[in-house]
Design a protein. Structure first.
Length: 295
């Protein structure tokens, strides 16, 4: 019997909710979020990393299952080694983050993910519209992505971004084609990692449109927004929409191969020319960092 069904049957037999189970695991020193337990129960994901497998052993105790029952229901562990092309992609994605790479990897690990999960499923189209407040601060970011299922399909996507300040968790809203699973943030670095569960799951060879909005935490000071285009992305659209009470002196679109590379200016307008709105569009973009700066 597969893991998800075994877990679901055991939960029903014990009469426990996922919230109760999450609290019990936390009390026993093996915390697992309610959303992760839900993903395990529905088969959208499965425990693979050491911390998750340790929690499975505790789950057997909490649910009064014979030792090893849940572990035996797990399929063979997926190989962690990467074929050469995937390894090159993972290395390129890590290089894009520069000095922030270690913080990003820590956040990914908390989501049972690694570098390649940023590019799987593959984003074919990547469009971001950022709303700027009356003091030049970022207020809300709307993200739209067309995803390709590849040969295996997908049940989730990982989205990583960074904030100048992270006094509280960003608020996700207005999702379409996906829903928030887990969020992991690092207040010191500002790195934030979101796990979105695809709804419905993306089948092999299929395409899906996903959209979500993220309300920025207060006290943002950056005057730029960035996205990272992966290999195979076919178009990038960046937009900045300014509050009526704010007019920047200038706006510019730029490209960097990585965080440590110099910026190449792609487009520039004065605030008067922008007239409250600035955008940059690139077809078949070179992999790297694309951004808009206002000042």
């Amino acid at each position: 019997m597969e893991f998800s069904r075994t877990l679901g049957n055991a939960l029903a037999a014990r009469g426990l909710s996922l919230d109760q189970l999450a609290r019990e695991l936390r009390t026993r020193g093996t915390p697992v979020s309610t959303s992760t337990l839900s993903a395990w129960q529905t088969g959208q994901s499965r425990p693979e990393r050491a911390a998750s497998l340790a929690a499975v052993t505790v789950l057997e105790e909490v649910l009064a299952l014979p030792p090893g029952r849940l572990r035996a229901a797990l399929p063979p562990r997926r190989p962690r080694g990467r074929p050469p092309v995937a390894a090159e992609t993972a290395a390129a994605l890590r290089g894009q983050w520069g000095d922030q790479a270690d913080a990003v990897l820590r956040a990914l690990t908390k989501l049972d993910a690694d570098w390649i999960d940023l590019a799987v499923p593959r984003p074919l189209s990547y469009r971001v519209r950022t709303h700027i407040g009356a003091e030049g601060q970022e207020l809300v970011m709307h993200v739209s992505r067309v995803l390709a299922g590849g040969s295996a399909g997908a049940t989730r996507m990982i989205y990583v971004t960074r904030y100048a300040r992270l006094p509280q968790a960003p608020r996700v809203r207005l999702t379409r084609g996906c829903r928030l699973g887990r969020f992991r943030g690092d207040p010191e670095s500002g790195v934030s990692a979101f796990e979105f569960l695809l709804d419905p799951p993306l089948r092999a060879g299929g395409l899906a449109l996903t959209e979500f909005g993220i309300a920025f935490p207060p006290r943002q000071t950056d005057r730029f927004t960035k996205i990272r285009a992966h290999r195979g992305t076919r178009d990038v659209v960046l937009e900045a929409v300014f509050d009526d009470g704010y007019r920047p002196a200038r706006c510019r679109a730029f490209f960097q191969e990585s965080e440590s590379s110099a910026q190449k200016i792609l487009r520039e307008l004065s605030g008067g020319e922008a007239q409250g709105h600035f955008q940059y569009i690139e077809f078949n973009p070179t992999p790297g960092i694309y951004g808009i700066l206002w000042e």
